[in-house]
Design a protein around this ligand. Structure first.
Ligand code: ARG
Ligand code: ZN
Length: 881
């Protein structure tokens, strides 16, 4: 059943206060809910969402049992009719079985402990309720459980009572003073250890901070705690936002569908995003933990205090909160490197979604299953849209908009339109041309032509924009959209930015070296005045809009920018543009059976980049980034539909890596050596060195020489931290040699007891390019290290396999058949995870006709299956349409 935005209606009944009571037992859990209902509008019936897995024991209105004929139960919930016209109390009792809940939505068990996940629509698996974000109530939660097995009992807000109960049981009562929607409810009961710290807010209130884990993991939570404290401080410093309770809890659980969840004062995290020690987590893991701890904390204002009116507005909280966590990470680490990483992710994952069958605007208008819309579009493109306000309005203007947003909407459930209005009104500016970003799917395509006129001393930039057709929106109905284009002009003789005096007759502030152009027409010309001599333009600095841009810049200009641009993003981007055009050409040559040839100018430019690492003040993390060749998935996105042969893409990319490795070998070896620290330290400079060293080793793994594998194994054996272990393992993972087997076995022997580390072991093998790797992946499915009920394991093994071009896209279609088998198996265990895996097929139309046919066959097989979940159905149906 499809849900439409246009059908939205305000609730007729409001829930003022909810009193929940949980009896947690091994066989079943009883949930009583007592709700103070306020009648807003008289209506025939009250509809309560409720999953079919629940047993309904009783419904009482004002203390009296409701007669059966006034209750109608459907697959989706319960209609209650004959209700009083005045406010009333509604009591509902249900019985549920958390121990059998493998969907990991609602109340479930993970490692023997109880926990919840209610966003988006999990609360309806706990009790019957108006499970929609615009119904906000005050929650009081009482829970009772066996004291020995579940010594820790947690819910939202403050602990107001606790004590012993009969039969070796105990209870706790939690009260949350803040009104909230049901999706922010949480409950945890288990045998958990904790670490504690505290934070004093800017107004001097002390907040207790606690992180709970299973006892054997409690030594791995320190980095998360440090990250939490940094987040709290950052939100005060940056947005003036203070925490609003005396307690903040994080609980780490092993079985979790997503990354983490911002339940009010009781965040629940996938343990992958909490646990970190140098021995078990990579530098990338450390960074991800800092970012996600920040993300969930920031939701306390952007999501909880101000929440979404309905789920179509998801980007209101997610786009904004991703933007906030990106800014937080940028302030804590290297801003340029962070931006490069975020844009790479956007290109590798969101651009493909935006041009495929699941393309949707950041504010969708319809869905079958909301879970399917927790997407890179709503999150990452949504964050880009928020970032564009900042570029258009400036940092101060953006802050004014945020302040007005909270002033107007604190405590409310609102829409993206409300956010838009706050930004426009606070800055007294007309942003109406910006609105299509919320309504139009598809990545805008912008082309820029530049010219210099010496006689008038003007530099002209002529831009055109189009938005491609997407499902349900043809190209003719797409409007031009306002986007900021940041532009700098580099003096050709010095490579330095010139001062920009005026654009289209509008004087720029003194000292401006980057102008922000407001581009909002299909075609628009921007003239820079008083430009004394010809310049090289640096266009779309910091990736100021989420678009695909082409320009008339030539190879020489790009090499110049790569060497000189003051904007780190564009310095990186110039190199990427060169790599991309080379690779697209090589892919064509490989397809046509022509001999591949390296562009040695690129090799020389890269040599200079790497040599830059010798400078005392070198930004090594940036250099490592600049050395990265565009990913295969980014390249696939650039190719025409119906043409992609992943073997060809891989071959072309491999050719580039091999020639660079061969030509730069001594320099790569020298750089790897110079950046090999004698002992691990977790400081920014050490992390930067590691990433540079490991990037060099990654290149060197393309050198065909026996000593390369020997060296990698030796480095593996000497590595004293997980970052280096993984880098050396991955350098070996494509090779067929004894060293590879030795290293993978050693890793397994050392870490088989640690499920998170085993995820790394699984994903490296799933991503491997060794021949007949499909056989290995299939064998791992029954390996003790794998567990199909654990999402992290599925994402590692099956997710890793899906993005492995040679294994998944194996010509005989066996990879496709295998994925379909796994999806159907998962469909009966965990629908959200199954649907994510079905995402592996969505881009089937990109590939060559024979692969297309084979993938389509599997999609048709899946959709013809009985008892297919709505989650999987929606993805498969949209892929086939
Ligand atoms: N709000 C969470 C976050 O981004 C995501 C939870 C999504 N859960 C889901 N089942 N779709 O921080
Ligand atoms: Zn979020």
């Amino acid at each position: 059943k499809t849900i439409y935005l246009k059908d939205y209606q305000t609730p007729a009944y409001e829930f003022e206060h909810v009193n929940l009571s949980f009896q947690l037992n091994e066989e079943h859990t009883t949930v009583s809910s007592s709700i103070d209902v306020r009648v807003q509008r008289k209506k025939e019936t009250l509809f309560l969402h409720g999953d079919k897995s629940m047993q309904l024991d009783a419904v009482l209105v004002n203390g009296t049992q409701v007669a059966d004929e006034r209750l109608t139960r459907t697959n989706a919930g319960l209609f209650v009719s004959g209700l009083p016209e005045e406010d009333f109390t509604l009591k509902i009792v249900t019985t549920i079985k958390p121990q059998e809940n493998t969907a990991l939505e609602g109340l479930y068990k993970s490692s023997g402990n109880y926990c919840t996940q209610c966003e988006a629509e999990g609360f309806r698996r706990i009790t019957f309720y108006q499970d929609r974000p615009d119904v906000m109530s005050k929650f009081t939660t009482r829970m009772e459980a066996a004291k020995d097995k579940y010594p820790v009992l947690l819910s939202n807000g403050n602990l107001i009572d606790s004590g012993d109960a009969d039969g070796g049981r105990h209870f706790a009562v939690w009260e949350d003073p803040w009104r909230k929607p049901s999706y922010l409810f949480a409950l945890v009961a288990g045998n958990l250890a904790k670490i504690e710290d505290s934070f004093t807010t800017m107004s001097g209130k002390k907040v207790d901070l606690r992180i709970y884990t299973e006892p054997h993991n409690i030594d791995k939570a320190d980095h998360a705690m440090v990250s939490l404290i940094k987040s709290m401080k950052w939100d005060e410093d940056t947005f003036g936002l203070e925490y609003d309770l005396e307690l903040f809890n994080i609980v780490a659980v092993d079985d979790f569908n997503m990354g983490a969840m911002e339940n009010k004062s009781l965040n629940v995290f996938n343990s992958r995003l909490v646990f970190a020690t140098p021995k078990t987590a990579t530098d990338a893991d450390y960074a991800a933990i800092e970012g996600v701890v920040g993300h969930e904390y920031f939701h306390n204002w952007t999501g909880n205090r101000v929440t979404c009116r309905d789920w179509f507005q998801l980007s209101l909280k997610e786009g904004l909160t991703v933007y906030r966590d990106q800014e937080f990470s940028s302030d804590m680490n290297s801003r340029g490197v962070k931006r490069i990483g975020d844009v790479s992710k956007l290109r590798a994952a969101q651009f493909p979604q935006d041009s495929g069958p699941m393309a949707h605007p950041i504010r969708p208008e319809e869905y079958i299953k909301m879970d399917n819309f927790y997407t890179v579009t709503v999150y990452e493109k949504g964050a880009e849209v928020v970032r564009m306000y900042e570029s258009l309005l400036g940092k101060d203007g953006f802050r004014k908009g945020m302040d007005l947003y909270f002033e107007r909407h604190d405590g409310c459930a609102v829409t993206t339109e409300d956010f838009f209005s706050a930004m426009a009104d606070a800055n007294n500016t007309d942003l109406s041309a910006f609105k299509p970003w919320y309504q139009q799917a598809g990545t805008p395509i912008v082309d820029v032509k530049t010219s210099y006129d010496a006689s008038t001393k003007t530099f002209t930039l002529k831009a055109t924009q189009t938005v491609p057709a997407t499902p349900g929106q043809d190209a003719s109905q797409k409007k031009a959209v306002l986007m900021p284009i940041r532009v700098g002009l580099l003096d050709k003789s010095t490579g330095k930015d010139i001062e920009i005096a005026s654009v289209n007759g509008v004087a720029q502030e003194k000292g401006t070296t980057t102008a922000v152009l407001r581009f909002d027409q299909k075609e628009q010309t921007f003239t820079f005045e008083n430009v004394e001599q010809d310049v090289v333009p640096s266009i779309l600095r910091n990736f100021s809009a989420p678009i695909k841009m082409t320009t008339d810049l030539e190879e020489g200009d790009l090499l110049f920018l790569m060497a000189n641009d003051s904007d780190p993003f564009n310095r990186w981007e110039a190199g990427q543009t060169l790599f991309r055009s080379l690779l697209v050409k090589l892919i064509a040559d490989e397809t046509n059976g022509k001999a591949l040839e390296m562009n040695t100018k690129i090799t020389d430019a890269l040599r200079k980049t790497i040599e830059g690492a010798k400078a005392a003040d070198a930004d090594k993390a940036f250099i490592a980034r600049a050395m990265m060749v565009p990913s295969e998935s980014e390249l696939v996105e650039m190719l025409e539909p119906g043409t992609v042969d992943p073997d060809v893409v891989k071959a072309a990319r491999k050719f580039v890596m091999k020639s660079l490795a061969a030509d730069l070998r001594p320099l790569l070896e020298e750089t790897a050596k110079a950046n090999s620290a004698p002992a691990y330290k977790n400081e920014p400079a050490d992390r930067a060195m590691r990433s540079l060293k490991n990037t060099c080793l990654g290149y060197l793994s393309y050198v065909d020489a026996p000593e390369v594998a020997k060296d990698a194994l030796e480095r593996y054996q000497n590595a004293d931290n997980m970052t280096d272990k993984i880098a050396t393992l991955s350098a070996l993972s494509d090779k067929v040699c004894a060293e590879r087997e030795t290293a993978f076995d050693a890793f397994y022997q050392e870490w088989q007891h640690d499920p998170l580390v085993m995820c790394k072991w699984l994903s490296l093998q799933a991503a491997s390019g060794v021949p007949n790797n499909l056989g290995n992946v299939k064998a791992l499915l029954t390996h003790p290290a794998f567990d199909i009920k654990n999402p992290n394991k599925v994402y590692s093994l099956i997710g890793g396999f899906m993005s492995n071009p040679t294994t998944f896209h194996q010509k005989d279609g066996q990879g496709y058949e295998f994925l379909a088998d796994v999806i159907l198996q998962l469909n009966d265990i965990n629908q959200q995870v199954a649907a994510r895996m079905a995402g592996g097929f969505t881009r089937w139309r990109k590939y060559d006709p024979s692969r297309q046919a084979l993938m389509k066959k599997q999609l048709e097989r899946i959709i013809a299956t009985e008892n297919l979940s709505e989650n999987v159905y929606e993805i498969v149906k949209k892929s086939l349409d």
